[in-house]
Design a protein. Structure first.
Length: 112
């Protein structure tokens, strides 16, 4: 799988597990036709996130923003797409990580 799929660039500087999580998320979003960034969907490394001055998620493996993009339903409880979120959880659990919603507009990926 390429590091640039459907306009979801995977940033350099991720750990091996963070990169695997990003690739799995891109694959999942692609399979579900949820690749429109809409509200600024993007991956960040923990270092990039800290450099932005963000407080939460800085000890994660990967950050994903989802402020209104079609992919937000896979990460934000506000969309009430619980089955979709559970499918993503199942996919990520296979590589030993999980997603935690930090705010309504971003989530972080952590090791199990």
């Amino acid at each position: 799988m390429s590091d640039l799929i459907t306009d979801w660039p995977i940033p350099a500087g991720l750990s091996k597990q963070g990169r695997a999580a990003a690739k799995a998320i891109v694959e999942f979003l692609t399979e579900h036709g949820m690749t429109d960034h809409g509200g600024g969907g993007k991956f960040y490394t923990p270092r990039e996130w800290r450099d932005r001055g963000e407080e939460y998620g800085t000890r994660s493996l990967l950050i994903i923003t989802h402020d209104g993009g079609d992919h937000a339903a896979a990460f934000s409880w506000d969309y009430e797409q619980y089955e979709l979120m559970e499918q993503l959880r199942g996919r990520l659990s296979k590589i030993g990580v999980y997603v935690e919603q930090c705010t309504s507009w971003f989530s972080a990926v952590y090791p199990v």
